[in-house]
Design a binder for this molecule. Structure first.
Ligand code: ADP
Ligand code: ASP
Ligand code: MG
Length: 427
């Protein structure tokens, strides 16, 4: 058995869906579990609906209409107008209408998951109907019946034992029937049948969870890039493909924010020694990148850029040292406010942390500590991590930027950078 994951870009329109079907034709005789994301940028659009509804902006219905129309246009190009998928998709979108018709009664995170999860529900129903239509027998599976999480909405934590039991009990018999099994990435369910999501870009993680639970032969994720590259091709020229990576190296890259794979993906695969292939859905015959154990190669410098970063400089109000008891209290508060620390540095009187900027969480955090600490906040920063760095590359990355914080540990260099403000000439 193998697991395939198709991300948003691979199912973004009718042509893309036909392309996925073409790829799958070649694997017709294989036992495949296929994990699929929402189409294109649907998740972003659904987030806007949540914000419009919670913010009482009254545009939630209009925004929903746009998302619906996009899906119906894609279906119109793939199916005969009498196909039952039209009714099924309409009914699925109605679930969003039920939420936004009512007054707000639940928390933001709960509402978010109920609305945003619909993106994966509709994409999988459409793709599954299409595969069946073109002679690729496929069974649609509700991931919420398999992936069990706790009630941490928007970041559901996997209940591994139950998930593994569910996966084996439900998926193995389906696969044995000889058809593909197709399910949603990114979403799960609680013991009380409430929908949860696993965090943005979480479909890769779903594929890894199922790979682990089913002990599969290997897992492939199909992307719009030829494999893992030395940096994001959207940000840098002259990037090259890395043919083979160790799990450890892949964990390092994704942990620091390489957008190509969700950071939680690698560990479950490593634990069971399941190889991961990153392949291109544009050139499916390409070798891609393989990630596995025991890869001893000399890596080129790999650059990871995380934007939307902020630095918090925290010092004690009485000018005392920032001592252990302060730090332990601060770490506790970072955890309660779910602020992720990406880098930190401690000097005698100040403690600086680089965090991903989330206005709401950071404001709440500052409010909680401003009685005891003096805080300076720097926003609009970039955290660049370079694995296997050399001085030339570091120098070129710093060009036109101010280095706010820098740290080198063995093979990893990290720096928090700010664009140099352009000075305007007077006269
Ligand atoms: P999906 O469609 O599966 O959600 P993503 O868009 O999340 O795929 O991930 C693919 C994108 O990741 C690429 O288009 C690329 O811009 C970006 N990316 C960032 N870092 C890298 C890297 N080191 N190698 C390849 N792609 C990268
Ligand atoms: N659709 C979700 C997102 O865009 C999950 C995923 O694509 O991995 O974040
Ligand atoms: Mg993605």
């Amino acid at each position: 058995m193998k697991v395939f994951k198709f991300g948003g870009a691979s199912v973004k329109d009718a042509e893309a869906i036909r392309n996925v079907a073409n790829i799958l034709q070649k694997y017709k005789s294989e036992s495949l579990v296929i994990v699929v994301s929402a189409m294109g940028k649907t998740t972003n659009a659904l987030e806007e609906i949540v914000n419009a509804y919670v913010g009482n902006k009254g545009t939630a219905f209009e925004l929903l209409e746009v998302v619906k129309q996009q899906h119906f246009a894609i279906m119109a190009s793939l199916f005969d107008e009498k196909h039952e998928v039209f009714g099924a998709i309409n009914d699925t979108f109605v679930e969003i209408e039920w939420v936004i018709e009512d007054d707000i009664q639940d928390t933001y995170d709960y509402i978010y998951d109920q609305i945003v999860s619909i993106g994966e529900m509709v994409s999988t129903k459409i793709l599954s109907a299409y595969l069946n239509e073109v002679g690729l027998p496929c069974q649609w599976l509700d991931a919420r019946d398999v992936i069990l999480t706790d009630e941490t909405y928007r970041e559901g934590r996997i209940q591994w034992e139950s998930t593994q039991k569910n996966a084996q009990k439900t998926i193995i018999p389906l696969v044995e029937k000889g058809s593909f099994v197709l399910t949603q990435g990114f979403i799960g369910g609680t013991i009380d049948n409430h929908t949860t999501t696993l965090g943005r870009e979480g479909s890769d993680y779903t594929a890894a969870i199922l790979s682990y639970c089913l002990d599969v032969e290997n897992m492939s994720i199909w992307k719009d890039v030829p494999g893992i590259l030395t940096a994001d091709p959207r940000l840098f020229k002259n990037v090259t493909k890395i043919d083979r990576l160790s799990y450890k190296e892949a964990i390092e890259m994704t942990y620091y924010g390489a957008k190509v794979i969700h950071p939680k993906t690698i560990k479950p695969l490593q634990n069971k020694n399941i190889p991961l292939f990153v392949k291109s859905f544009i050139e499916p015959e390409g070798e891609g990148t393989s990630i596995s154990d025991g890869v001893e190669v000399l890596y080129p410098p790999v650059v990871v850029v995380a934007s939307n970063q902020a630095l918090l400089h925290i010092s004690a109000k009485d000018f005392s040292f920032v001592a252990e008891h302060h730090l332990s209290r601060l770490f506790q508060l970072f955890a309660t406010h779910r602020i992720k620390i990406n880098m930190m540095q401690n000097t005698a009187i100040s403690f600086s942390v680089c965090v991903t900027y989330n206005r709401y969480r950071i404001e709440q955090f500052i409010q909680a500590i401003e009685g005891e600490f003096k805080i300076v906040l720097d926003k609009d920063l970039e955290l660049i991590t370079v694995r296997h760095y050399h001085n030339d590359i570091v120098k070129s990355l710093k060009k036109g930027k101010v280095v706010m914080l820098e740290e080198r540990i063995r093979k990893t260099l990290q720096m928090v950078l700010k664009k140099v403000p352009m000075m305007e000439r007077v006269g």
